[in-house]
Design a protein around this ligand. Structure first.
Ligand code: GLP
Length: 236
């Protein structure tokens, strides 16, 4: 594992964007695994700049997002599809028809999950998976549990996740209680994993995840078994 500590969120974002840009330059038809949350916002802003000012070309890329809230469609400004359109896709020259986010409004989540995994497999897997980390160690929305779940699946969000994510909603009651998330198989099969985290409150969970035992109670700890993981952390 490559653990890089930087002194600011700006540096984190710049470095993360450079790593993703490198993948895109070397493989113009790369499959990019993308994440939501506040951590990737700076990275997405830098990627948008690179596209606009440096000609970084996303036209051949496909993107697959980690997760989506159940019950929120793309018109809902709290949905992750909306987030991606607003913060990245509208600024880069990716073909919007080649951007995928699990469908949180699917009538059958098991089939939706199966179809999502099949699609990733048919794309040849993910070239680089960007991840944030939740305070409880979740990646995507893979919450602490007795076991790691392989497939894209429906999850019940932990109380602590609902609490943490309530900052984006009008009230805690508005936070969906369920989500659909990519499972550990597609994440672990990604050729490269790039996890970004910032803030003092993430320090403890990063220590547990990357220097503690590998356990499904700290979902991100599974990444210790991945052969190409870069973690970028800024305390600020
Ligand atoms: C959400 C997302 C995760 C994200 C995490 C951390 O719950 N599902 O993919 O990594 O929150 O978010 P933040 O980056 O805002 O701390």
């Amino acid at each position: 594992m490559n653990f890089i500590k930087v002194e600011s969120y700006e540096k984190l974002s710049m470095l993360a964007a450079n790593i993703i840009a490198d993948v895109v330059i070397n493989k113009p038809n790369a499959v990019l695994g993308l994440a939501t949350g506040s951590s990737p916002l700076g990275t997405y802003a830098r990627l948008a700049e690179k596209c606009k000012n440096e000609g970084l070309d996303f036209s051949g890329c496909t993107t697959v997002n980690l997760d989506e809230y159940v019950g929120l469609d793309e018109t809902n400004d709290q949905s992750y599809r909306y987030f991606m359109n607003k913060n990245l896709f509208s600024y880069i020259n990716v073909d919007i028809n080649k951007t995928f986010v699990p469908n949180g409004c699917a009538s059958d989540m098991a089939s939706e999950g199966e179809a999502y995994d099949k699609m990733i497999e048919e794309l040849g897997g993910i070239d680089i998976q960007l991840l944030g980390i939740g305070l409880d160690g979740h990646i995507g929305f893979n919450e602490p549990d007795e076991y790691f779940t392989k497939e894209t699946h429906l999850v019940k969000l932990d109380e602590s996740t609902i609490e943490a994510n309530s900052r984006f909603f009008a009230s805690k009651d508005d936070v969906p209680k369920e989500a659909i998330t990519m499972g550990m198989y597609s994440i672990m099969q990604a050729k490269k994993v790039l996890l970004i985290a910032n803030g003092k409150n993430k320090k403890e969970i990063l220590e547990k995840a990357f220097y503690g035992p590998i356990t499904p109670y700290v979902p991100a700890s599974i990444l210790q078994l991945h052969k190409d993981v870069t973690v970028i952390y800024s305390e600020n």
